[in-house]
Design a binder for this molecule. Structure first.
Ligand SMILES: [Zn+2]
Length: 249
């Protein structure tokens, strides 16, 4: 029996001469691995639709232990991102984060919508890589069930302060009076904290509609990355690659 799913190709693995195994993020079933026979041949009708960063309609049938792609049609390609090396490196990191945090066979509409929106903004170029990265990390943490506890001081309940301290290992926020020192802490100005709360609490449509100073964005970025790295708990190769590329620019 054949089934149709719409999914974003997150990863391609070459297999044999012209075959591939692709990892797809679908709304209905989360992460799905599919065998794609012959698709690495440029003349294959599903060649473009099975490339990484392509959102495609896939017709699948169940093989032994893995889906097999019968047909793939492109809905939208984000492949142009590859023409900008920094955006490309960031897109690889976003895809790896999704693979590492999204379960198989569980509906993953939130992850798919977030990633499609971020890839769209990367292509369009209206938001910086730094901002897209921080928003993606925090929002993905939230969707994955790891809401950062940044709503009030975990000791006294204070909501606002000139500066607050977020312990990304403990997942606890402290005001300046309650903070007693820690090696796993990020400082957050009131602007950075406001932005962090906005990202976590706003509706998906408004997610990118805020402004932030460079200094606060730097704090927000550090905090989002450290929290996400802690949540993933294993090495994220594409994060190192992203910084390597940035250092060359
Ligand atoms: Zn406090």
């Amino acid at each position: 029996m054949k089934t149709n799913v719409d999914g974003l190709i997150l990863k391609e693995l070459n297999y044999g001469e012209n075959d591939g195994i692709i990892t797809v993020l679908t709304k209905e079933q989360g992460i799905v691995s599919c065998y794609a026979r012959g698709v690495r041949n440029i003349k294959h009708p599903s060649f473009a639709a099975t490339k990484q960063l392509t959102f495609s309609r896939l017709t699948l049938y169940q093989g032994k232990g893995m889906y097999i792609i019968d047909e793939a049609k492109t809905i939208r390609s984000f492949y142009n991102i590859c023409s900008d090396v920094e955006k490309y490196a960031l897109s690889q990191y976003l895809c790896e984060l999704v693979i590492k945090t999204t379960p198989e066979n569980v509906p993953s509409e939130g992850q798919l919508e977030l990633l499609l929106n971020c890839l769209h903004l990367l292509m369009e170029g209206s938001k910086s890589c730094e901002m897209i990265k921080a928003i993606f990390e925090l929002r993905l943490a939230l969707i994955s069930g790891g809401m950062p506890g940044v709503l009030f001081c975990s000791e006294c309940g204070k909501y606002d302060d000139d500066e607050m301290f977020f312990d990304y290992e403990e997942n606890k926020l402290y005001c300046s009076e309650c903070f007693k020192g820690s090696d796993t802490v990020c400082r957050l100005s009131s602007g950075a904290l406001r932005a962090m709360r906005f990202i976590l609490l706003s509706e998906p449509k408004k997610l990118f509609s805020f402004t932030i100073s460079k200094a606060s964005l730097d704090q927000l970025s550090e905090c989002a990355e450290k929290y996400m790295t802690c949540l993933v708990g294993s090495k994220i190769n594409t994060l190192a690659y992203y910084y390597q590329i940035k250092s060359l620019l």
